[in-house]
Design a protein around this ligand. Structure first.
Ligand SMILES: [Zn+2]
Length: 209
């Protein structure tokens, strides 16, 4: 069994959506200060690094993070590499492979540095989301900050995902991951009312023992 870590490191340099709350960690107690232990806290947007969006992020009646059932975030997962032009949505025709697992992560390579926010990343088309839902997919994710294009205020794919009640995984790092079938583990924190949660996203390669 091999564990592939697909989460970027959370540190102040991590890029967040322009205008959102950046990640910072404040150390209250430390050995350097003469304390008997280290104690620290963080301030951050919930949409930091590898994270999942809760439905209440994109729909007024959507479930919050603590209400979400966890099945979506754990289980067989297919990584699919796609060729998409900068700033475009992935279409059904771009798939190139059969959907073979109920969780799908798209490797686009269009947001190459988690510490630099480029706005011309790729996203999903609502038609692709509907196609995946038809195929029984319960979670869709990608290696960019959003399932919609940077300038999309209508959130077309977020809404398509809401209609299908799918889970979302954004901000994963897939540059070292070969396309194929894995086991995904990306459980969200149980944050009451949360509109998202950072996750430690990993892909397990081979049988879990
Ligand atoms: Zn998000």
């Amino acid at each position: 069994m091999r564990i592939l870590d697909i989460s970027p490191t959370l540190r102040p340099e991590i890029a967040v959506w322009p205008g959102d709350t950046g990640f910072s960690r404040e150390v209250a107690l430390s050995f350097e200060k003469g304390n008997n232990l280290v104690l620290s806290g963080i301030t951050t947007t919930l949409h930091v690094g590898a994270h999942t969006d809760a439905p209440n992020h994109y729909h007024p009646k959507g479930q919050a993070m603590h209400e979400r059932s966890l099945e979506r975030y754990l289980g067989p997962c297919q990584v699919i590499a796609v060729d998409c032009a900068a700033g475009t949505r992935i279409q059904v025709a771009d798939l190139g492979v059969e959907i073979q697992a109920p969780r799908v992560l798209f490797k686009t390579g269009s947001f190459p540095n988690p510490e630099h926010f480029n706005t011309d990343f790729c996203s999903l088309s609502p038609e692709l989301v509907a196609h995946l839902a038809q195929a029984g997919v319960v979670l869709v994710g990608l290696d960019t900050p959003s399932v919609d294009l940077y300038a999309d205020q209508a959130l077309l794919s977020h809404n398509a995902i809401h209609r299908a009640d799918m889970g979302i995984l954004e901000g994963v790092v897939l540059d070292q991951v070969e396309p194929g079938i894995y086991t995904l583990i990306a459980l969200p924190l149980k944050i009451e009312g949360g509109d998202a949660s950072p996750v430690r996203a990993v892909l397990v390669d081979g049988a879990m023992s």
